[in-house]
Design a protein around this ligand. Sequence first.
Ligand code: NAD
Length: 502
Amino acid sequence: MKDLTGLFQSLGLDPATLAGGAHAVRSPIDGSEIARLAPDTPGDVGAKVARAQDAFAAWRRVPAPVRGELIRLFGEELRAHKDGLGELVTVETGKILEEGKGEVQEMIDICDFAVGLSRQLYGLTIASERPGHKMMESWHPLGPVGVITAFNFPVAPWAWNFALALVCGDPMVWKPSELTPLSALACRNIFDKAAARFGAAPDDLLQIVVGGKQAGEALVDDARVPLISATGSCAMGRAVGARVAARLGRSLLELGGNNGMIVAPSADLDLAERAILFAAVGTAGQRCTSLRRLIVHEEVYDALLPRLKSAYASVAVGDPLDPGTLIGPLIREAAYDKMRATLETVAGEGGAVFGGERVLAGELPGAYYVTPAIVEMPGQTETVREETFAPILYAMKYRDLDDAIRIHNGVPQGLASCIFTTDLREAETFTSGVGSDCGIVNVNIGPSGAEIGGAFGGEKDTGGGRESGSDAWKSYMRRATNTINYSNELPLAQGIRFGDDS
Ligand code: NAD
């Protein structure tokens, strides 16, 4: 691994504080240890929540457009640190530099969105049935928000939460993945610069918790945290959702996907091929929105598959810091073991496996680089219905659109989906209420790489949460319905008479 001292220092990460702790941080690029941090105990987590409550008491009094000014400054600081933070994301996750920087761009975009939003936290006025009365809804800050994030997108999903929560008046306690805490600490340092320029921000608007499941559970169980926003596997979401529900808190869950693409007979195969490549092999298949299931009409299957295989065979796998690379490493050995085991299982279920071999093992024995795999399946088996977080693309044939939609929707997850077709009827059917059952439904564009302007999230086992654009901000506020009587009478709703003879 190259010397990271300069990179760390540019992001305010003091090498002295990155050594000596019990929590080792490794880079998947070569498996080397790049930091040792002191993990937070459950007691530390509780103390951070208490400080977040103090911050909330002050921050909720600041007018929302003024809160937006702090996020505007944060966006400026992110612009200044885009290259450095993007590189750190690459070092910690193994995604290629272009994607690391793209993640930071997404943070900048959501900051811009949130600045505008800070002047648009609109409520409703509602017609009252009573004379001389007015009804309205108003939105108020909710309280400290607990955020738990996954390793594969270590900064952008956090920023979707943070930029919105902050303009909504909520401080945040953030537990990043135990695999990517340095990116989180760098984000806090960048935010601290914006807060220093802003001047009047209370302390502790953003605190980081270092640790794994145990630290996450301490945050999840803390009744002083009204909202837990958690991104990760369906198994994690099941555990977190149940614990938050047990204390009657709110949860916002962004969980695993098993994303499909239907390629119809009329599809533009050039477009489809490029979209498949980016969505299935980008980020080494480690996106929640990665393309995992390709459902191809039997008329075009034999034209598409050989093209895909030749594109797969020529894709550059290697050091994600090298600009020529398209696929970096898997995050760790366990991910590689899971990929190999899955490929063996699907081969036993009748799948014909192409690719999926480990490469560079001689030069980099502590890193796990693989060629992406295509598995031609006779049908959608139980293994295909699971999310394997690796670059495996299952290809299946279909005969008519109803059949394709049934296969497409026949999985537990419901995150992202798409159809490639130039037939208006097919496109509209897929995006209609009887089409895809996912939260993201695209036409002639792959399932991954969403823009921040739309609400992001999925249905079924993906958890039902929505983050980022549209009206996702409402999750970070509480709603009050107000009825104001400006008359001299006291009429009751529904015309009820109560001790009143007149
Ligand atoms: P993971 O579930 O292993 O961990 C995610 C986070 O949850 C980590 O911070 C982890 O420490 C924490 N955690 C785990 N168990 C917990 C518990 N019981 N209580 C509290 N916290 C707990 O996921 P991962 O391997 O880091 O990420 C990959 C998964 O995340 C994939 O399934 C992927 O699809 C999903 N993901 C979803 C989205 C989305 O927006 N829908 C985005 C990114 C990743």
